[in-house]
Structure formats: C-alpha cells, structure tokens
Design a protein around this ligand. Structure first.
Ligand code: F6P
Length: 341
C-alpha cells in the first residue's frame, strides 16, 4: 500500500514527530510505502511530492516546523480542485492519505472522505481548539513559550511601573491566553469567548498599581471589547475566509493609557509561539498520534481522526472533530478571575 502524508494550515511544534512515527512504524511493521506531499493540500493539487522513507525522517523528532512544508491552500476554492487531487492520487499510485492539520485541513479531509477518498486525520494546532480530542500537540509548547515570556515581562513591568499587555495567539479560542495567563500569574486575561468590559479592565489595572505591583494583561488576538469596536483587522482573508488578526494588544494599550493615565506597552508574541522545538509532552503526544494513525490506515478505518481522551489515544469520526470549535467554557474562565486585579 502507498500512503500520502501532508501537513496543512499554520505549522505547529510536533508535526515532524508525527511524520517520523508514521514512517518508522509503517515501513517495517506494515511494509507500507510513503509519498510526502508538499505544502498542505497544494501538494496533491499540483502533484508536488518528496521522498518519505526512513532516512528522510532521521533526526527530525526535536525539529520545529514541518519537513513537508505547509500552506492554507483550500482545494474546494480552486477550479477542479477535488478532481485534480483524485488525478494526482491515481497517477502517483497513492491508496490513502494521512492529513495532519487543524479545523481547515481536516475540514477538507472530511469532505474528501465523503467523496470516497481514503483519509485518516491527525489533529494539530497550537490553539487547542479542535473538538473530539482533549488536547492537540503544539499547544503545550506554545503555552510554555508564552508563560516564559510573561514571567520575564513581570520584572520589567515592575521596574518601570508600567502596564504590560501580552498578545498571544488564539483566533476563536482563548486556550493559550487562559493557560499561560494562569501559569504566569497574569492580572487580567482576555479571551475571544467572553467580550471584555474596558472599564473593568482599567479597574483591575488601577487596583494592581495601588498594591505597588505592575499589571500584566494577557490578551488573545481574537478578544474583543463588549461593544465590538476595538479589534483591529486588516480585512485580508486567507483561502478559508479567516481574517488576519493582530492589533487588539496595541488598541488596549492606547485605551488603558487614556483611561488610567498610566504608561502601557504591548508585546505581541506572534509566530514565536509556533516556532522551534516541541516540548517533551508535545513530542510524546505527536508520536503516539502518528503510531495510531498508521494503525488506522492498516485497519482501513477511513474517515477517522486520532484523538487524545485522558491518557488513551482513540479514533473519532473526522466529522465530529470539525463540526464545531472547542472553545473555553465560561466556568473555567471564571476560575481564573480570582487572580484578576
Ligand atoms: O491557527 C493557528 C494560528 O496560530 C492562529 O492562532 C492564528 O490566528 C493563525 O494561526 C495565524 O497564522 P498565520 O499567520 O500563519 O496565518
């Protein structure tokens, strides 16, 4: 059997660990052959491939990014996209695909499965917002990077008596903001799920200054104020129709300065959260996902995604994973509020 492997969407620490595990089990145990498709769905769309054998995956376990490359190409918004993918699979003798990705990449995988393509999905995203799995790999690394950055910002904020705002990733879900904010003792955490009241934020900032400490505000890039007017978007959209975000941190700093009279500065962590070596937990999870994905291929259990439930790796229907995003429960957010201000 010949299997194509691709990584789509924003990259994520742990992708190479999945690829390595798939090949390291698939070749000796099941005698499978692999084809690496380059740059997400662009690979099968345009027939862009690379060799994917055991020598190709040597030494990649701790490496960030993806040796296959990635893109946000959406074959369903391209002329004859699906037919072209089916032609490539036929021409290259590929019997099945393993798609490693987030909501968009796995959304395409779900539709292709419905059209009869043999697909298995592996969930990845630093945002941790995919349903069907307790966690996605990449999230732990991103939270670790954000936590270290916030720890460092505490000391400089206090030296200069400034409010420091840290903008972290999270377009629709505030998982990174909530986990890193709680882990690093942030004084305010703002997430997309719960529109914030700027008056309340300024109260927390002032109360923190009154205790002679400097406030740290962690804001997810997708957070918005209650009246919905402060988020800055460029208006640019990707192939899946997502707006490119960024700017809520700066907008908050300006607003806080005007309302409190205190100096406020913003640090945007951006792609630093996605780059570099995966944490050991992410390597562990990604490796197990790869091992279980190749078992699913061997079993012909098409249309499934491997998922973490507790400490078990299970298979769930791809459709379950992509139906709706996993967002932060307000009750979980409320737990963190005890530390605000
Ligand atoms: O989907 C993961 C993510 O990290 C989001 O939090 C963020 O909005 C997006 O990727 C940005 O990715 P890019 O800059 O590659 O479009």
């Amino acid at each position: 059997m010949r299997i194509g492997v691709l990584t789509g969407g924003g990259d994520c620490p742990g992708l190479n660990a999945v690829i390595r595990a798939i090949v390291r089990k698939g070749v000796p145990q099941y005698k499978f052959e692999f084809v690496g498709f380059r740059d997400g769905w662009r690979g099968p769309l345009e027939g862009l491939t690379m060799t994917l054998d055991i020598p190709a995956v040597r030494g990649i376990l701790p490496r960030g990014g993806t040796i296959l490359g990635s893109s946000r190409t959406n074959p369903f918004s391209v002329d004859r996209g699906v037919e072209r993918i089916q032609e490539t699979l036929m021409n290259k003798g590929v019997d099945a695909l393993i798609a490693i990705g987030g909501e968009d990449t796995l959304g395409v995988a779900t539709k292709l499965h419905d059209l009869g393509v043999h697909v298995i999905g592996v969930p990845k995203t630093i945002d941790n917002d995919l349903s069907g799995t307790d966690y996605t790999f990449g999230f732990d690394t991103a939270v670790g990077i954000a936590t270290e950055a916030i720890d460092r910002l505490h000391t400089t904020a206090e030296s200069h008596h400034r409010a420091l705002i840290v903008e972290v990733m999270g377009r629709h879900a505030g998982w990174i903001a909530l986990h890193s904010g709680l882990a690093s003792g942030a004084n305010v955490i703002l997430i997309p799920e719960i529109p914030f009241d700027i008056e309340k934020v300024c109260d927390w900032v002032n109360s923190r200054f009154r205790t002679e400490y400097a406030p740290i505000i962690v804001v997810a890039e997708g957070a918005t104020p209650k009246d919905g007017t402060m988020a800055l978007v460029t208006g640019e959209k990707d192939a899946f129709g997502h707006e490119r975000l960024g700017g809520i941190g700066e907008a908050l700093a300006k607003e806080i300065e005007e309302r409190t009279g205190k100096e406020a500065r913003t640090t945007v962590l951006g792609h630093v959260q996605r780059g570099g070596t995966p944490s050991s937990r992410d390597r562990w999870m990604a490796t197990r996902f790869g091992l279980h994905a190749i078992d699913a291929v061997h079993d012909g259990d098409w249309g499934k995604m491997v998922a973490l439930r507790g400490a078990e790796v299970v298979r769930v229907p791809l459709s379950e994973a992509t139906e709706k995003l996993k967002t932060v429960d307000p009750a979980l957010y409320a737990e963190a509020e005890v530390f605000f201000g």
